[in-house]
Design a protein around this ligand. Structure first.
Ligand code: PMV
Length: 316
């Protein structure tokens, strides 16, 4: 039977606690629903699976794909974990409007979109939980970047604001909502930065000087815990102040750079309640918390300061 299914998954921002979350501290992330990755599966007469991802410049066949090919890895792991029949006779096409290596969770979104499309195609939706989808996406993430905390796949698979802490035997995952959405401006530095490299470099620095890095991670964890209270109370000035503080700790962690700092300062000067880098850093995106009356000024200030793309998103 000829079938076509399509599934999507959102991008994400980290409101508090990136990097420290890899070291067991809590963090808060929220989905960005306007930015999405899409996976379409269409039946073909081919005996293999045809893979295509124009944005990643990928095209090929599943049987010939290398283990680290992100599409093939998501397909193979899903086949094994969801006990799918032999993969053949369909084409998988992946597209995304989430910039790659931009700190907005593009990798997790692509994995979750593929997993969701497979679940639809093989009619397993009733039997598969979002936790299973998240865990599968985590396994794919591990292939690409070694020691992911698990926050990206969680927020992308749950599509809700999440307070997350990596811990054994199960991660703490608390989905929560603010009393009203937070209005964020997400601005792209235009510099791409691979999460794997930045996370690896922070790990090297932490191993060489744990006494310097542990207090930084600890401070970020406390900020995330306080951030959760401030969000739940609708205290936007408090949330903004905590974002500013978190950015200062990220500077000390060496993951900011001149371009990110410049955008953060421009947003603050134009009236944002707070601003920080979001994601791995050293490029990618920053976020600014705004109110309706400051939104236009902050948007314009970010563009004037050199942001290559600016997006307004209500999260929560
Ligand atoms: O840059 P992104 O969108 O992949 O976010 C990475 C978040 C980190 O905390 C830096 C890494 C992680 O695995 O949590």
């Amino acid at each position: 039977m000829h079938r076509i299914v399509e599934a999507t998954a959102p991008g994400k921002v980290i409101l508090f606690g990136e990097h420290a979350v890899v070291y067991g501290r809590p963090a808060i992330a929220a989905p960005v629903v306007q930015l999405r990755a899409r996976a379409a599966i269409e039946t073909t007469a081919d005996t293999d699976v045809l893979l295509s991802a124009p944005d990643l410049d990928l095209r090929g066949r599943l049987r010939e794909a290398a283990p680290e090919d992100p599409l093939a890895a998501a397909l193979r792991l899903s086949r094994d974990r969801l006990q799918l029949p032999e993969l053949r006779g369909f084409a998988l096409t992946v597209t995304s409007d989430i910039p790659i290596a931009g700190g907005l969770g593009s990798g997790a979104a692509i994995s979750v979109a593929i997993i969701r499309a497979l679940i639809d195609y093989f009619e397993l939706a009733a039997k598969t939980s979002r936790e299973q989808i998240s865990n599968l996406a985590y396994e794919v993430e591990r292939l690409h970047h070694g020691t992911p905390s698990g926050i990206d796949n969680t927020v992308v698979a749950y599509e809700q604001m999440v307070f997350f802490q990596r811990q054994e035997p199960h991660n703490l995952i608390e989905v929560f909502s603010p009393p009203r959405p937070l209005r964020l401006i997400i601005a792209d530095t235009g510099m791409r930065s691979a999460t794997k490299d930045v996370v690896g470099d922070v790990r090297r620095q932490w191993s060489a000087a744990p006494d310097r890095f542990e207090p930084i991670f600890e401070a970020c964890g406390c900020i995330a815990a306080a951030g959760r209270e401030a969000i739940a109370a609708g205290d936007w000035s408090g949330v903004g102040r905590l974002m500013d503080e978190n950015h200062d700790w990220l500077i000390r962690m060496t993951v900011s750079n001149a371009r990110l700092d410049h955008l953060v300062q421009a947003a603050r000067r134009a009236g944002a309640l707070g601003a920080k880098l979001s994601g791995a850093g050293r490029g990618g995106n920053m976020i600014a918390l705004v109110e309706p009356r400051t939104e236009t000024a902050v948007r314009e200030a970010l563009l004037a300061a050199g942001a290559v793309r600016v997006l307004v998103s209500d999260v929560g």
